[in-house]
Design a protein around this ligand. Structure first.
Ligand SMILES: NC(=O)c1ccc[n+]([C@@H]2O[C@H](COP(=O)([O-])OP(=O)(O)OC[C@H]3O[C@@H](n4cnc5c(N)ncnc54)[C@H](O)[C@@H]3O)[C@@H](O)[C@H]2O)c1
Length: 263
């Protein structure tokens, strides 16, 4: 099944919303930042990659939309607090958080006996603790705003084990469960929290990490569509979960995987 021609028409689904997208400068995060801005949101692109992040925010503004870039390592509490404060200072409130940043360096993964404790901490601190920190400091502003939406970007690796990826897959399973916890704890404040689980998506890190991602997509990994997904295809799932169209959906996990988990 082929992807539709992106960009698709915009419908102002996030008009006047204020969103932070972590890891927002590349791949799925970049597609989400761009899509959210086209749908009317004020977007904070939060990333450790200053060059890409500044360039993307400038591009969004030159398209007549609203965005700033804030340098933020999501595993660093002070930087997370600064990211949230800068967003509220710039846009006046905060109601939407996309927890997308993760450690996507395959060389940091490994089996439990192979991976050093330092590598384990490196992967889990960004991939899972980062979601905790960003949620912790964003949620009080969502409560003030009268509600909000959180979308955690997990992975099919949070549901099935890849092998040789113990810290990453464990952290991604935690990212799904944390969405459920958030859903329960903050429902009374009109805050929804959900998770998406991308399959193999054609992003810069996949091109960096895999010798032949297309061959992998055609073979075992994506049995139904026989291709990699596009970052835009994940961004539209995130948009749906963040938008009022998903008003009765919380604590859910949505696979965006071309059928990977259907096997
Ligand atoms: N591409 C895939 O096949 C795939 C599959 C499943 C899940 N995912 C998940 O999707 C998300 C995005 O991945 P991608 O493929 O778009 O990768 P990507 O490398 O294209 O983008 C990741 C971005 O995160 C940023 N980042 C890394 N560490 C950070 C930190 N500590 N703080 C803030 N930003 C940081 C990077 O600078 C980069 O801009 C990740 O959570 C990843 O685990 C991707």
């Amino acid at each position: 099944m082929q992807a539709p021609p992106f960009p698709l028409p915009a419908f102002d689904r996030l008009r006047d919303r204020v969103a932070i997208v972590t890891g927002g400068a590349s791949g799925i995060g970049q597609a989400t930042s761009e899509l959210f801005a086209r749908e009317g949101a004020h977007v904070t692109v939060a990333d450790i990659d200053v060059t890409r992040g500044e360039k993307l925010a400038a591009q969004i503004r030159s398209d007549g939309r609203s965005a700033i870039f804030v340098r933020c390592d999501v595993s660093d509490r002070a930087q997370v607090i600064n990211m949230v404060d800068r967003t509220v200072a710039e846009f006046g409130s905060l109601d939407t958080l996309v927890n997308n940043a993760a450690n996507v360096n395959f060389q940091d993964y490994g089996s439990v006996t192979d991976a050093t404790e330092e590598k384990w901490d490196l992967v889990v601190d960004v991939t899972l603790k980062g979601v905790y920190l960003c949620s912790k400091y964003a949620i009080p502003h969502m409560i003030t705003a009268g509600g909000g939406a959180i979308v955690n970007v997990s992975s099919v690796g949070g549901v099935v084990a890849f092998g040789n990826s113990s810290a990453y897959c464990s952290a991604k399973a935690g990212v799904i469960q944390l969405a459920r916890e958030l859903a329960i704890d903050y429902a009374a404040h009109n805050i929804r929290a959900n998770a998406v689980c991308p399959g193999l998506i054609n992003t810069p890190q996949v091109q960096r990490n895999l010798a032949d991602p297309q061959a992998l997509a055609r073979s075992l990994s994506v049995p139904i569509f026989k291709r990699m997904g596009l970052p835009e295809e994940v961004a539209h799932a995130i948009l749906f979960l963040a938008s009022p169209e998903a008003s009765f959906i919380t604590g859910a996990m949505l696979a965006v995987d071309g059928g990977w988990l259907a096997r």
